[in-house]
Ligand binder design. Sequence first.
Ligand code: ATP
Ligand code: MG
Length: 425
Amino acid sequence: MLNVNTPRILPRAQHNISRQQIDEDVLKVLYRLHRNGHLAYLVGGSVRDLLLGRQPKDFDIGTDATPSQVRRLFRNCFLVGRRFRLAHIRFKDNKVIEVATFRRHPRQDELPDDPDDHFLFVQNVFGTPGEDAYRRDFTMNALFYDISDFSVIDYTGGLDDLAQRQIRVIGDPDVRFKEDPVRMLRALEFSARLGFSLDDSTLRSIEVNAPLIAEAAPARIREEIMELFRHKVAARVMRMSKELGLLPHLLAGYRGDETSLQLLQHVDDRTASGVAIDEAFAIAALFLNRFFRDFPVEKDTHITAALHMANDIIFSHCRYFSIAQGIRHQAREMLVGCFRMVRGRGRRGERRFVEHPFTPRALELLRLWALVKPELVAVTEEWSEAIEQRTVPAGEARKKTRPRRRRPRRKRPEGGQPQAKQLKT
Ligand code: ATP
Ligand code: MG
């Protein structure tokens, strides 16, 4: 049985992680920590991804050096985070390498009296590598790569779970999900990203603890939701969340109807094709079906009414997640842009709309929407043509398409010379 003191150690010869796959600045940091007598491990998702033969998104480092010891070793080091103290080591091109001191769960008797202070406290008690592994979320995320001998260290059984392509919570899922409900969402995200299975006890625990996610810090949920979109698994995770009863707690009252899920799948496919996703686009996609459902397109509906409705629909989402006004504005413009286009061509203000810089993005969303609603293909094509003809590179558009405005000529008095400007006396 694996435990906090006796890890399984996989020597270099028995795994496929080569230093060539590791960022050279990360290697420099690892080596300097090691040369100065500290433990220096690659930790978390990077070890998991390397073992799976995937390119890690970033490399995190774990060490037994305290944050101030790390700072003394690196000139380019800054300590960050009031909640979770970390060392950030900065390199050129804004590259930042994160070095965290091993942490552990505090004992019950060490906790502060005020339960509100627990979360902060729990994250900042330093510990051994074994203890650090056990405070992580899933076994596959608790593997270490030791720079001193290039071995992989496994305290929690992550190697076996990786081999079996399964996600296992470290410890009792009920306890760990109650401790931090965001882990439920992460479980679904990793399952979708990696194609790994989740065991029955984890799925059942998500069903039971689902309402707790509504209490997680909005900023964390917001970030995890954007991670879903960036990793092109928004549709799949929303669907799983819906099946497990998590979705309405995750996004207050969000139904995740079939039409929206289909649209999100097209958004994920678009991201998979290499188009970067941004938050305004994601929000507009999440709420587009609701917008059209609550506000069916009718011929004589005024655009101001559409604007109000779009605002109403995304307002509570944006307020809850403290989403900046600029992003909310763009999302709203995309909804209203889709509305204008679905309403058909030949309306007042069409030319200005076609030339507006937001319009091509609304059209992109409408194109995805038309994949769900084939009856909109024809109108989408019409607008595509109109917009493509208009979208000349910025600057040129002004020069070429806009006629110069002239002041209306002053009328000559009958028979006379143009009047000189009269001086007031
Ligand atoms: P990604 O590829 O998305 O970056 P990751 O596993 O690196 O995946 P991060 O969010 O970067 O995920 O977190 C880094 C590591 O921190 C995780 O691998 C895990 O060990 C630990 N971790 C992150 N979030 C939690 C959490 N909520 N509870 C416990 N451990 C966590
Ligand atoms: Mg990571």
